[in-house]
Ligand binder design. Sequence first.
Ligand code: ADP
Length: 207
Amino acid sequence: MAVFVVGLTGGIGSGKTTVASMLATRGAHIIDCDGLGRLVAEPHGRAYGAIVAHFGHGIVGADGRLDRPALAGIVFSDPDALGALNAMTHPAIDAEILERLRTLPDDSIVVLDMAVLTESQLGAGIYQYVVVVEADPVGRIDRIIRRGLTEADARARMASQATDDQRRTIADLIVPNTGALDELERAVDIAWIAIRRAATPAAPAPD
Ligand code: ADP
């Protein structure tokens, strides 16, 4: 078996990052795609030059790094600008993912931890299986508020993302995060069995 690539997503506060680390303890190799998004926009990153050429030096800070609040201010209210930014960063992130996949031994199970899997084409054609973490909205808002956001911010962020129904249409497997952390561990045990089974090619049918 070659590497088997799982896309893992879920709305903000769903417990996606927690599930990724639980899968890591069971043997999955995790690639943090949000982190790669930051990496490609660093001064030596794959997308930095194109971003500066497109948006101008006004989005570059004194230290040469991107002024993220300035860039966010531009793309937040302008879907075309966001589309342009994604068109520069997403192929760069895909290239970083592929570079990492090449270093892994055959038979690895890789999890792409990716917030925008449903909302974008990021990783499309790379992942072979999609796992969605689902949690009830009240629990999600609670967790987001504990990170320091206001309830209004939490609701605005949730509204800007795909809905659970949209995620379900692309899911191969749903991990419910509806109870305590030890219940989530049990749900991840079951998910890990299903992922390993999906990763194992079926034996040829007997004649
Ligand atoms: P996401 O990546 O989906 O935004 P996280 O996995 O970072 O969410 O979870 C946010 C916080 O909530 C973390 O501190 C995590 O430990 C906690 N958390 C997640 N699920 C549960 C749960 N079922 N019970 C208690 N705490 C949880």
